[in-house]
Design a protein around this ligand. Sequence first.
Ligand SMILES: NC(=O)c1ccc[n+]([C@@H]2O[C@H](COP(=O)([O-])OP(=O)(O)OC[C@H]3O[C@@H](n4cnc5c(N)ncnc54)[C@H](OP(=O)(O)O)[C@@H]3O)[C@@H](O)[C@H]2O)c1
Length: 332
Amino acid sequence: MRVWELNAVGIDNLKLVEKPAPKPGPGQIAVAMKAASLNYRDLLHVTMGGTPLPLIPFSDGAGVVEAIGSGVTRVKAGDRVCPTFFQSWIGGPITAEARNLALGGSVPGVLQEKMLLDAEGVIAVPDHLSFEEAATLPCAGLTAWRAIAVEAPIDAKSTVLVQGTGGVSIFALQFAKAIGAKVIATSSSDEKLERAKKLGADYLINYKTTPEWGKKALELTNGRGADVIVEVGGENTLGKSLEAVRVGGSIVVIGVLGGFTNNIFIPALFGKNARMIGISVGSREQFAGMNKAIGGWKLKPVIDRTFAFDRVPDALRAMQAAGHFGKICVSY
Ligand SMILES: NC(=O)c1ccc[n+]([C@@H]2O[C@H](COP(=O)([O-])OP(=O)(O)OC[C@H]3O[C@@H](n4cnc5c(N)ncnc54)[C@H](OP(=O)(O)O)[C@@H]3O)[C@@H](O)[C@H]2O)c1
């Protein structure tokens, strides 16, 4: 079977190699992977390192259970599944142990045609989704879901602010609209903002032409501010998120698109009595909650482009160029 392997940092160091197909032992399953999707984190791992090498990258994929080992009853051959991002975080609150096994990081990722997994480390995918669509769920979908449905739960009266039009943000936009909330979408591109409007975004702010977008968000909400901010920018956005959040609102800190550090004006945080919550992806239990909602809404993830399996480096370069809207996928 074909496997993408990284032996040194850099997109050009990704190599397509042949490996023997795995055979499941007791409690394990073999999954024939059909699709994967890219996350910014995968790009960071390939271009900046920080994980043990050699690495089989990418956390997010979907496939079909091909064989099961002895004692496995949770799934059967033929089931359509997604591997979970944190292989051992089944449910309950996050613990240090639950974060140990992250696909495409501390353990081999999904860029292999057949994957050996613990039978507990997968979840059934909603019937109405293609493999590519299902492959967008484990990290991007679940992180957006956990932000606005679990950690800072919204309702139809809420206003949510999403930053940029990448994978997590577009999921947050879609979930928020399905719940009936209002959405403020920001982007560097007017054309992408028009696409966000088609998905239901109520207020649009171009953060390049309106650098004071935090103040603009306050203005658009008659001075009240957003109930929840899905914070993916980090370095150059957190301060403005503090301007945009309402008194008593929540900033769910997820990403570092703009950089890793930030000097925030601390009185703005306590003055607003705002909650700042850091999250990393979610549990299998939260994934099940998301799938139930997605199935009920018949919600379709937004896929910008799909690359063939042998073009993974081009897919990563496309993510690096940041021209995408929603998700970039790989088809096996
Ligand atoms: N904590 C977690 O569990 C978790 C899970 C998933 C992702 N993340 C993190 O969340 C972030 C987003 O991930 P993703 O996979 O959704 O990324 P992505 O799809 O690559 O998003 C890229 C888009 O974000 C926008 N953007 C870029 N720089 C920005 C900035 N400085 N401020 C605001 N928007 C900016 C741009 O959209 P426009 O062109 O529209 O401006 C860009 O096209 C990453 O930092 C990732 O590492 C964390």
